[in-house]
Write a new protein. Structure first.
Lengths: 286, 280, 387
């Protein structure tokens, strides 16, 4: 009797479940399996060896790559958090009419729906040696020589990341803040709290889930990115993912797979760490 | 801190507002530069100054002059995006409805979807590509790439449906049953029409996420590229403002899709919440 | 729709409803006569809404039977049962006009547009909403939405109309007006109405049959007058308000009167009906608040020796227009309330803190069943306290 009650739900969810299993679950298992394969001359040999992992762990390049990726992740996280929090705060607490709120929110989100690659590339005319920044600053006499560090550098990578991913901070934090009951803030004000007190005692704690969600998005996006870092650093900087994509291009699937597994493990650790601090399940299921 | 709904604004407002304005500039500035530069004169380069104002680079796209198969890629991207949008809507709405009840395995599917959302697209693409290879299948844009893109759009669709259904008052369904509706009539006459704005949102996500998708598609599209893949190839091969022209065109398409969706939602919402009645 | 029979009598037989570990309704039996206006009254969680939904067909009893007009209806759809429901939130379809909302059930049955619009307009005219036929629900006020919801339910020609807290979303003024309308509509149509509410005044104002419920069971089902003047248990007495509840042990039986004294010095007597109660047995009695007279006590610290009297200190005075509610606090901390007619009060007004003597006649003492403290806790949440 009970099974029949669930049957409609199963049927309704089955297609999504099927696609996720076929095109996500199984492929991930394939990656796990491949990480133990042997390879050579562009061919795969299905076996079970640890060589790929051993090579990664014994290489000093690995540590360098991870440090580089983590560096980017941390800096981008901090910057996007700062910007995202302030933008969300402005939209929720300083904008008065709902119409303006929605309008400005849309204004921020629309770029998200256009091509990432184009948005990334659009920085090149800005930051290049003959780019807009340099031309303006030189024209204003601020600098006498074009600033080389603007493009094809870590700076450019970070600028691009921030440009692309801040939105992923803004939306969850906006969501969390919008749910805060205004009467809580009035009550605090009534009890004598100043702006800073209200921020630290009420707004910050109640935005925790939004901040956690946004952090998870940003960190996984940066750690998993392979093209922004390549293009914007001109090949000078590397991240784990970009090294991975090189291996894939060279049809060295097993080491790429092994690298992928390790990266996933590390990112999962980071995400679990965040989830330990904040429970996001409630936030997601509305 | 006063958050009055009327009266003079505190000085902090102006600070935040300026910050916001700067942020918007930051978001839109570079893209605007690209749009302007795509009208670069025939002899111009990849940056300012503009040597003239011409449509030469747009022309170049159409005549496929040293810019690869832009036309074909464009078509494929649009078709794929429409298919993905349709599939995402149908599957997400169904699954969203199914999730309203607790059923065994609901947790598994939920976490599977979240994992699919967070997993870097490159790895998913790798798994699919190698998997197809091991099975002896060819990867192609309308098979493996379609599947790969769905793993990206379906979780978003699900989350949107969760949010929309969470706010849905089940009394509407009970009222429909009370008045004699069968399950099918209930769905068609009451549930889906009321959820329409959310469904349009899912369609929008499905379309734009597919249209712009890169990491998952790069390994699973096969020999015939989608537009983002063509653009990626262009970043290394093409050193002319034709690249910017592509950017402008593709952004216009995105804006059209967004515009249609948002206007439809706005129209529907306005009709349903317009004004207030006279008192009895 | 049931052919021929338009009998809207409802028989609930030994119905129990469990939701997992929670039992919302226990072994409940009730008969609601055809064409009557019945109110299910009780605090939140008492099971009244569950009963309503089971009659409507939106819930199924765990055990037990429900019969409408003699037919067993468990397992039938609402339309098959001939019932229609008016929801607490009205649940008007936001994407349809008022006219289309009302015509909805006809559309489901395949009626032509012209025909169903005609019928819908007729019904809207009956609830005086025909002017708003082309509006959307969001453009209507609460009271207007309610009338549309009523029309939408009535178009199915039900033999029983079920109303789930129909007035709770309205403001006070509208509530009073609308309840009169509901009564009028019920009499006009001649069908059974079942109206769920937690407001005592509302229930006794409209209902032929008031069913007071607590914790999944019926405490008392009777006419409004009976419930108010002769509550059966301490719970009903306290829930309806308007009564003071006293309890004690029987001290003696003299002259057909039993004298009952509580531990704190007050005693009451009552006319004995039937066999004499045993000495030492426990009795619970209630006295109507408006049958208590209050006077300033001169120096007597206790009322010992006096039957049907007690002393205390005035704790609160509330002017209620035609009477003044005087709350007396006994030395034990319990409260005793007297509703004094305004002229009588202002002849010699009392102040807070005054020592007073409250008296009543043995004729007005009613013996109650059950435990003396039943309902004491729920008084806080009963809300909308009566007199």
């Amino acid at each position: 009797m009970k099974a029949i009650a669930w049957l409609p739900s199963w049927l309704q969810v089955a297609p999504v479940a099927l696609i996720l299993v076929l095109f996500f679950g199984l492929p991930m298992l394939v990656v796990v399996a491949v990480s133990f394969f042997d390879y050579g001359q562009g061919r795969l040999y299905p076996t079970f060896i640890f060589d790929n992992y051993l090579e990664i762990f014994s290489s000093s390049v690995t540590v360098r790559l991870y440090l580089s990726s983590l560096k980017f992740a941390l800096i981008v996280w901090a910057v996007t958090l700062l910007i995202g929090f302030n933008i969300a705060y402005f939209l929720v607490f300083h904008v008065r009419t709902l119409l303006w709120q929605i309008g400005l929110f849309l204004l921020c989100t629309v770029p998200f729906w256009t091509s990432n690659i184009i948005r990334m590339i659009s920085w090149i005319p800005f930051l290049g040696r003959n780019g807009i920044f340099n031309q303006t600053f030189m024209g204003l006499g601020v600098v006498s020589q074009p600033m080389e560090f603007l493009l094809f550098s870590d700076f450019a990578v970070i600028v691009a990341y921030v440009h692309l991913f801040t939105l992923f901070m803004v939306v969850p934090i906006f969501n969390s803040m919008a749910r805060i009951d205004r009467s809580l803030i009035e009550a605090a004000y009534d009890a004598g709290a100043g702006s800073w007190g209200i921020l630290t005692e009420i707004i910050l704690p109640l935005s925790k889930t939004g901040i956690a969600l946004g952090s998870i998005f940003v960190i996984t996006l940066v750690m998993g990115d392979f093209f922004v870092v390549k293009v914007m650093s001109g090949g000078q900087s590397a991240s784990v993912a970009s090294a991975l994509s090189n291996e894939i291009s060279a049809i060295q699937y097993p080491p790429a797979a092994a690298n992928a597994m390790i990266l996933v493990a590390i990112v999962t650790l980071m995400v679990s760490g965040i989830l330990r601090l904040v429970d996001v399940r409630k936030e997601l299921t509305g | 801190m006063k958050h009055a709904t009327a009266g003079p604004r505190p000085w902090t407002f102006y600070v935040f507002a300026s910050f916001f304005a700067l942020f918007v500039l930051f978001l839109y500035g570079p893209m605007t530069v690209i749009y302007i530069l795509s009208f670069q004169g025939p002899t111009g380069g990849l940056t300012f100054p503009m040597t003239g104002f011409s449509l030469r680079w747009f022309h170049a796209l159409v005549t496929a002059e040293r810019v690869g198969d832009i036309g074909g890629a464009f078509n494929r991207s649009i078709v794929l995006a429409v298919i993905v949008a349709l599939l995402t809507v149908v599957l997400s709405v169904a699954a969203g409805l199914g999730f309203r009840r607790r059923f065994p395995g609901s947790g598994v599917v939920f976490y599977l979807a979240i994992a699919s959302l967070i997993m870097p697209g490159l790895f998913v693409g790798l798994g699919i590509a190698v998997g197809f290879q091991l099975l002896g299948l060819d990867i192609d844009w309308y098979t493996s790439a379609l599947g790969a893109q769905l793993t990206w759009t379906l979780p978003y669709g699900l989350l949107i449906m969760f949010a929309v259904l969470g706010r849905f008052n089940r009394a509407y369904e009970e009222a429909a049953t009370d008045l004699g509706a069968t399950s099918w009539q209930r769905l068609r006459e009451v549930v889906l029409p009321i959820l329409l704005p959310g469904i349009i949102g899912v369609a929008l996500f499905g379309f734009t996420l597919s249209y712009d998708e890169f990491p998952r598609t790069v390994l699973t599209a096969g020999t015939r590229n989608t537009l983002p893949l063509e653009i990626w190839a262009m970043t290394t091969n093409v050193t002319s403002p034709a690249l910017f022209a592509v950017g402008t065109v593709t952004t216009i398409v995105s804006f059209i899709a967004i515009g249609i969706a948002l206007i439809s939602i706005a129209v529907i919402q306005r009709r349903r919440t317009r004004g207030s009645g006279e008192p009895i | 729709m049931p052919s021929g029979t338009r009998n809207g009598e409802i028989r609930i037989v030994d119905v129990t409803k469990r939701f997992g570990d929670l039992t919302a309704v226990r072994d409940l039996s009730l008969t609601i006569p055809d064409r009557s206006y019945c109110c299910l009254l009780g605090p939140s969680g008492c099971g009244k809404t569950t009963i309503l939904r089971m009659i409507a067909g939106h819930e199924t009893p765990t055990t037990g039977e429900i019969r409408i007009g003699g037919e067993a209806v468990v397992g039938l759809t609402p339309v098959q049962r001939g019932t229609a429901m008016m929801f607490q939130s009205y649940a008007l379809f936001p994407h349809r006009s008022v006219l289309d909302n009302v015509a909805f059930s006809l559309k489901l049955r395949g009626a032509s547009k012209a025909e169903r619009h005609r019928q819908a307009r007729e019904l809207l005219a009956k609830v005086r909403m025909e002017r708003f036929a082309d509006r959307l629900p969001a453009q209507l006020s609460g009271g207007q939405q309610q009338r549309v919801a009523l029309a939408r339910a009535l178009i199915t020609n039900p033999r029983v109309l079920l109303l789930d807290e129909p007035l709770s979303a309205l403001d006070e003024y509208l509530r009073l007006r609308m309840r009169g309308e509901l009564r009028r509509v019920q009499k006009d149509l001649g069908i059974t109405f079942i109206h769920v509410t937690h407001t005592q005044l509302e229930a006794i104002a409209v209902a032929d049959l008031v069913v007071v419920m607590a914790q999944g069971r019926i405490e008392q089902a009777a006419s409004a007058r009976e419930i108010f003047t002769t509550p059966r248990s301490a719970y009903v007495a306290r829930f309806m308000g308007g009564q003071n509840v006293l309890s004690g042990t029987v001290e003696s039986v003299i002259d057909g009167h039993a004298i009952v004294a509580d531990e704190h010095g007050a005693s009451f007597s009552t006319v004995v009906d039937g066999p004499n109660p045993l000495k030492g047995s426990r009795l619970v009695g209630s006295i109507r608040r408006d049958r208590v007279s209050v006077s300033k006590a001169q120096g007597c610290a206790t009322a010992s020796g006096k039957v049907n009297a007690l002393v205390g200190e005035v704790h609160a005075i509330e002017y209620q227009g035609s009477y003044v509610k005087v709350t007396i606090q006994r030395p034990t901390g319990e409260e005793f309330v007297a509703n004094v007619i305004d002229d009588d009060f202002f002849r010699d007004p009392l102040d807070i803190g005054d020592s007073v003597l409250a008296r009543w006649s043995a004729r007005d003492v009613l013996i109650l069943e059950g435990a003396p403290d039943a309902g004491a806790a729920s008084m806080d949440e009963a809300g909308g306290m009566l007199v």
